[in-house]
Write a protein that binds this ligand. Structure first.
Ligand code: NAD
Length: 323
């Protein structure tokens, strides 16, 4: 298949480009490089510099090649930033998707794989999210993603378009080539932050809250290796290519690790100083995925462990910091 990866110069998009190519698919990338890296796109992949907030940019790409599937990763995704800049989040995330869908319909591209997020669930009552659970996002980022999900759904009802929507949990790790990885200006995720603390790039790790009603008092999250996630996207594209009907899937390990589990796992590989800080508002005690549906329909499940995630992120961070 020929797959257009929109946002393919970013963290998850670039890993998906690598996995699509390893599975024998042809790939092109469209990206505005707002957070992406040109160097993350292999030299022999067609790269279109463009912005999905501009319809002429999208049409330029869709008219240059015939695509079987479009994958969308091109979002703004920093929760605190979204609280300060809701208008730019809706513009980039929702208007960008609206223009992409409109252009796909006009150009006869029939399949979309969309990156959504666990943030659409908001504060889950059970801590183990099922796709059918209530969706109550608690920030503009999650709201913008939920709006995209609904827009994609209604477009598929009205037009000849099928979709796979993936809701991810906490993504970390790096490709085995070490050519790509999580290289964000502001790292907010626990695993890379813990590793940078262990490497001495930041002073120490603060774990927010140690009296949650969990086994060790710290909150519990679901971690997934970016390569496992990228492989799910390949399966999602294959599923749509074989005429699969539109579906929404959680992607996670279905296994929770506490913040302390993560800190101890990093400490096993490198010495890590950590301390406890106050609970952060809107940070639920437990948030994990029930990924049974992805296993049943796509035959997907995680293959890599928390240790694999930590080791690959560490190897990548050492690689980019030259230590
Ligand atoms: N990283 C996570 O932990 C996580 C968790 C859940 C969901 N997601 C979702 O996964 C997707 C990818 O996240 P990521 O971590 O790879 O982010 P990223 O910032 O590394 O990648 C996003 C890419 O999209 C590009 N982009 C952004 N706006 C664009 C626009 N208007 N036009 C063209 N290109 C644009 C950026 O330059 C970048 O290359 C996002 O949709 C995000 O909501 C990520």
């Amino acid at each position: 298949m020929n797959v257009l990866v929109v946002g393919g110069a970013g963290y998850i998009g670039s890993h998906t480009v690598y996995e699509l190519r390893r599975s024998g698919h042809k790939v092109a990338v469209m990206d505005n490089l707002s957070t992406g890296e040109r160097g993350f796109v292999p030299k022999d992949v067609n790269f279109y510099l463009g912005d999905i907030r501009k319809k002429e940019d999208i049409l330029n790409v869709l008219k240059s090649e015939k695509f079987d599937v479009v994958m969308h990763f091109a979002a703004k995704l920093i929760v605190p930033e979204s609280m300060k800049e809701p208008l730019s989040y809706y513009h980039n995330n929702v208007e960008g998707v609206r223009l992409l869908l409109e252009s796909m319909v006009e150009c006869g591209v029939k399949n979309i794989v969309f990156s959504s997020t666990a943030a659409v669930y908001g504060e889950s009552e059970t801590g183990i999210c099922l796709e059918t659970d209530p969706k109550n996002p608690i920030n503009p980022y999650g709201e913008s993603k939920l709006a995209c999900e609904k827009l994609i759904h209604w477009t598929s009802v009205a037009h000849d378009l099928n979709y796979v929507i993936f809701r991810y949990f906490n993504v970390a790790g790096a490709d085995k080539s070490l050519e790509i990885g999580l290289k964000k200006r502001t790292l907010t995720h626990l695993i890379p932050v813990a590793i940078e603390a262990a490497l001495g790039i930041r002073p120490s790790l603060t774990i927010y809250g140690n009296d949650y009603p969990t086994k060790d008092g710290t909150n519990i999250r679901d971690y997934i290796h970016v390569t496992d996630l990228a492989k799910a996207h390949v399966l999602g594209a294959d599923y749509l290519g074989h005429g699969g009907k539109s579906e929404v899937f959680n992607l996670g390990s279905s296994k929770g690790y506490s913040n302390l589990d993560v800190a101890k796992a990093v400490d096993k590989v490198l010495h890590l100083n950590y301390s406890f800080g106050p609970i952060r508002e809107g940070d639920p005690a437990i948030l994990t995925a029930d990924a049974t549906k992805a296993k049943k329909i796509l035959n997907w499940q995680t293959e890599l462990t928390l240790e694999d995630i930590i080791k690959s992120d560490l190897a990548y961070r050492k690689h980019i910091h030259g230590s």
